[in-house]
Design a protein around this ligand. Structure first.
Ligand code: DON
Length: 556
């Protein structure tokens, strides 16, 4: 019975809502209730940016393991009337008291888990400031209107599904160490709740209401801020009110590339996503990939990934703190130089660094949604608290799960983070610095079409968006991009990771003969959400990754 009710709620979302200007809208998000929240706001007269606020906030409630008020996000926007392209960088920042050696023991060794679990792993959240900024600067409805669906989901609750439970299971042992988190997400016996049981988050509803009423001060000042600072301090963290006062989102110009006539617009640092994506595409641009044998194509894509991820680890970090050679990295001649060292018949090993670490759980923590209307106004947003259930720490009485985004810094040059990424001083910890991200919300545009896409998946985000972009370039539609079998190389560890269906036995053997190391990942990864506008026909389509439970819909 409960299952039937759950399915009824999930599948009875009306799709007959239209934009106030009679524009149809397409929304793809990782959860049916988040997509529904977006359409609810469109029906109220909201524009795509209002809908983006509603979807972001709803995801914070229905996917507390993936993103939330305690985390950060990048929103990539396009506004058609003045052709504005802008990124709202709502990435978390290191606390003022952070120190480059804060996760090292006295012998200079990384203390395992310290940057992943508990209050010391949490950076200053950007999500609340981002929601307020997006709503007030770009929306037409009030912030309270846009947060209303999320408040309702938090208050009245929603039925938890399989995916929720799978994520909870991964972190249950850690969550048990934090009584406030356990109180909210585990049952009375401190175990996993039943499938389809109702999760209510009244404290989170109150925090959302505070933000709805007081804007950014509803989170960064007053009652909520007091609770955050006090409870973080009690648990060994280093946040102060000064950190919360100082947090600002930053509007940035996107990075832009051109791959065979496709305009690629994506996020600049503090994410590595846009630069690494465009650099990879630039390396590949001189090949006629479609004319090449499938295996050669995959080999070349891997070699291009290897080089772009190498540059990621050498040069990328928060551009407000370090100097990044952006122009060089995006330059076609630079890409040609990298390409000239690629052989068609042989892998070149990433041998500068040694050691391999299991990069695990790059599944569906973190989240993405894509929205577009018939005019081409659009939002691509990737939102995160980093690892599953972030730091697993909830600040008492706030309902806010704090991120563990500090792990995205390089605690020590050459040390690998939870996604197996290595980096250096460019991404070292410093007070108020943003940690390097891989999030890659992206637009792909030709004369005929415009696509909006992105996905969670840690370090693999960039390679997933790359494979989707190459598929778009082959003329395929969103349903195909989001469900493509995936393979990945990130320079270090020097291995091609692939989903079970992504490579045939023959391909695996030949790639090995060419000098590649390969590893099948234990489970599929990513949760891509994409929408597409055919500009001439004004035709919209949308697709949600079959690996997840999201819904993609076009209003009728
Ligand atoms: O910003 C980043 O790159 C990571 N914190 C994203 C983490 C993520 O996508 C987890 N995914 N499943």
């Amino acid at each position: 019975m409960i299952k039937i009710l759950f399915l009824l709620v999930i599948f009875s979302i009306p799709v007959s809502w239209v934009h106030a200007d009679n524009q149809k809208v397409a929304i793809a998000s990782a959860h049916p209730l988040a997509t529904a929240a977006g359409f609810e706001i469109i029906a109220k007269g909201g524009n795509v940016y209002d809908a983006a606020v509603a979807v972001s906030a709803a995801l914070a409630v229905v996917e507390p393991f993936g993103s939330g008020l305690g985390g950060g996000a990048y929103w990539l926007l396009h506004r058609e009337k003045d052709k504005l392209d802008v990124v709202i960088d709502g990435r978390e920042k290191a606390p003022l008291a952070a120190d480059k050696d804060m996760y090292l023991d006295k012998n200079g060794k990384v203390i395992p888990k310290l940057s992943l679990d508990g209050a010391l792993a949490a950076a200053i959240p950007g999500m609340p400031a981002g929601l307020v900024h997006l709503s007030e600067k770009y929306g037409r409805l009030t912030l309270a209107d846009n947060l209303a669906p999320a408040v309702r989901y938090a208050k009245t609750g929603f039925a938890i599904g399989d995916r929720y439970l799978r994520n909870l299971k991964v972190r249950v042992d850690t969550i048990k160490q934090y009584p406030e988190t356990a109180r909210i997400y585990l049952n009375k016996e401190q175990n996993l709740p039943e499938l389809y049981s109702i999760l209510r988050q009244p404290d989170l509803a109150d925090t959302l209401i505070n933000i709805a009423q007081h804007g950014r001060d509803g989170f960064y000042k007053g009652e909520v801020a007091d609770k955050l600072v006090t409870s973080v301090a009690k648990a060994g963290g280093i946040w102060t009110q000064a950190d919360l006062d100082a947090y600002q989102v930053i509007e940035r110009n996107p990075v832009v590339g051109n791959y065979k006539g496709i305009k690629v617009t994506s996020v600049p640092p503090s994410s590595s996503g846009g630069i690494a994506l465009i650099e990879t595409l630039n390396i590949l641009a001189a090949y006629d990939l479609q004319a090449l044998p499938k295996l050669t194509r995959k080999h070349l894509i891997v070699e291009a990934m290897r080089r772009a991820y190498h540059d990621r680890s050498l040069y990328l970090g928060d551009g407000d703190f370090i100097s990044i050679p952006v122009e060089r990295l995006l330059n076609m001649d630079y890409a040609a130089g990298l390409r000239s060292a690629i052989r068609f018949d042989k892998a070149l090993s990433s041998d500068q660094l040694s050691g391999q670490i299991e990069s695990q759980h790059q599944g569906t923590n973190t989240t993405h949604f894509s929205i577009i209307d018939q005019e081409g106004n659009r939002v691509a947003a990737t939102l995160s608290i980093n690892f599953i259930f972030g730091s697993a720490f909830v600040a008492s009485g706030t309902g806010v799960v704090l991120n563990d985004e500090m792990d995205d810094f390089d605690s020590q040059p050459g040390a690998m983070n939870v996604y197996g990424l290595v980096g250096g001083i460019a991404n070292a910890i410093a007070p108020s610095k943003r940690m390097l991200s891989s999030m890659t919300p992206t637009f792909l545009e030709t004369d005929k079409e415009v696509a909006v896409l992105g996905t969670p998946g840690g370090s693999r985000i960039i390679s997933m968006v790359l494979l989707a972009a190459l598929n778009f370039a082959e003329g395929k539609g969103p349903e195909t991009w989001v469900n493509l079998p995936r393979f990945h190389h990130q320079f270090m560890p020097d291995v091609i990771e692939y989903e079970p269906a992504a490579l045939s036995e023959d391909e695996i053997n030949t790639l090995k003969q060419m000098g590649h190391q390969l590893k099948e990942v234990p489970r599929p990864y990513g949760d891509m959400q994409a929408v597409l506008l055919n500009k001439h026909a004004k035709f919209l389509s949308a697709a949600s990754d079959k690996r997840g439970e999201g819904t993609a819909q076009v209003s009728q």
